[in-house]
Design a binder for this molecule. Structure first.
Ligand code: 0XW
Ligand code: MG
Length: 375
């Protein structure tokens, strides 16, 4: 099987309530990029990359398409099933830009599944047995910054609807407001429901230390409180809560540093940030070897991104798996005809039945390719 063409589609995803807000960035529409890797066998594989606007991380949508244009021609004629070689070729052709390479890598995994009749989760080692819930993974919800009363009310509603993990967005306002909000949520939190306070880089190290002291009695994790890994390094020994690194976990090497230097006790892991399923598989295995928990998410994206993250999430050792956030509940419209729809049901997301990612995109929704690469 050889890659004969790579097509790139652009599609806008609208936020259902009009706005998704975090401490220092917000988005209304998400510009997503879908890659179709076409082969001489007649099979096509699909992958997607969708930055969370242009200010969440250094990644941005036009950058993804420019980087794909840089690497795509070098892959024509290669066997897409040999994902190690595909990743090596992308890395020697273009330094960095993991988020663009991720879409191509995921499309190759989709092809590997379609070519063998296997689901991506089976190719990744197999979905952990879920006797109680069937083949599904735990999802979680990020509650946007609001008043303590409405945040607590949302936390109750989500738990009533089956969610067993909650994230509260903090930062971008007085620290006292964040403390009041997290205290209000802690009051209504049911036993066994983990909580994270995600400042999305919005706190200084001093804020994080003050918050942790003020909330010392509340079991929770601080997710990406500060802007850089170096700022997080200062928190070691000065706070009473574990730190989950999200935006700063930029690649496999940084994940290793964050663990071995005692900076991260967990991760909010993003598929596109580390470069796709091949690199995320390495992160998963390193975290398992070191006993580090993580979520398996992506920044945003549609059905393809959601499928890739839940396939990987299902293969994480259950004791270390914190769940998978997908954008479906926050986004208007999808582009897949697959049934059942990839969406949380009672706080869990059923695994697609495959093969590959198990997503059948409706190509009409995207319109003609924005770019195509052949020999
Ligand atoms: C809650 N998320 C997983 C959704 C958005 O991508 C932001 C992200 C996070 O944890 O930062
Ligand atoms: Mg986060």
């Amino acid at each position: 099987m050889k890659i004969s063409e790579i097509r790139v589609y652009q599609h806008d995803l609208a936020v259902s309530d009009g706005l998704y807000r975090m401490s220092i960035s917000q988005v209304e529409t998400l510009d997503t990029t879908v890659v179709e890797v076409v082969t001489d066998s007649g099979l096509s594989g699909f992958g997607e990359t969708c930055p969370l606007g242009s200010a969440y991380q250094p990644q941005f949508a036009a950058g993804a398409r420019a980087a794909i244009a840089e690497v795509a021609p070098s892959l024509i004629g290669m066997d897409p099933r040999l994902v190690g070689l595909i990743n090596e070729r992308m890395d020697v052709t273009l330094n960095g830009h993991n988020y663009a390479k991720a879409a191509i890598d995921v499309a190759c995994w989709d092809l590997m599944g379609k070519a063998t009749g296997a689901r991506v989760c089976d190719l990744l080692g197999g979905a952990h047995s879920t006797e109680v819930h069937g083949e599904s993974v735990r999802s979680y919800w990020g509650i946007m910054p609001a008043t303590p009363e409405s945040t607590a009310a949302k936390a109750v509603e989500l738990q009533d609807n089956g969610y067993t993990r909650l994230q509260v967005k903090t930062g971008g306002r007085p620290l006292a407001d964040d403390i009041a909000c997290v205290r209000a949520v802690a009051e209504v939190l049911r036993p066994g429901v983990p909580l994270t306070a995600d400042a999305n880089r919005g706190w200084t190290a001093r804020d994080a230390i003050e918050f942790s002291i003020a909330c010392r009695d509340i079991p929770l994790a601080l997710e990406q409180p500060c802007a850089t890994l170096e700022e997080h390094r200062q928190l070691s020994g000065r706070i009473s809560h574990p730190v989950f690194i999200d935006e700063s976990a930029v690649d496999v090497a940084t994940v290793i540093t964050a663990i071995t230097d005692g900076i991260a006790q967990g991760f909010g892991m993003k598929l596109s940030r580390v470069g796709g399923l091949t690199k995320l598989r390495a992160v998963r295995d390193i975290c398992e070897a070191k006993g580090i928990p993580s979520t398996i998410d992506d920044t945003w994206g549609g059905d393809l991104t959601a499928a890739a993250t839940i396939h990987m999430g299902s293969t994480v050792k259950p004791a270390l798996y914190e769940g998978t956030w997908i954008s479906e509940p926050y986004t208007d419209g999808g582009y897949a005809t697959t049934t059942p729809k990839i969406a949380p049901v009672n706080g869990r997301i059923p695994l697609p039945t495959g093969p590959g990612l198990g997503v059948e995109p409706d190509l009409e929704v995207w319109g003609p390719p924005a770019a195509a690469f052949t020999d």
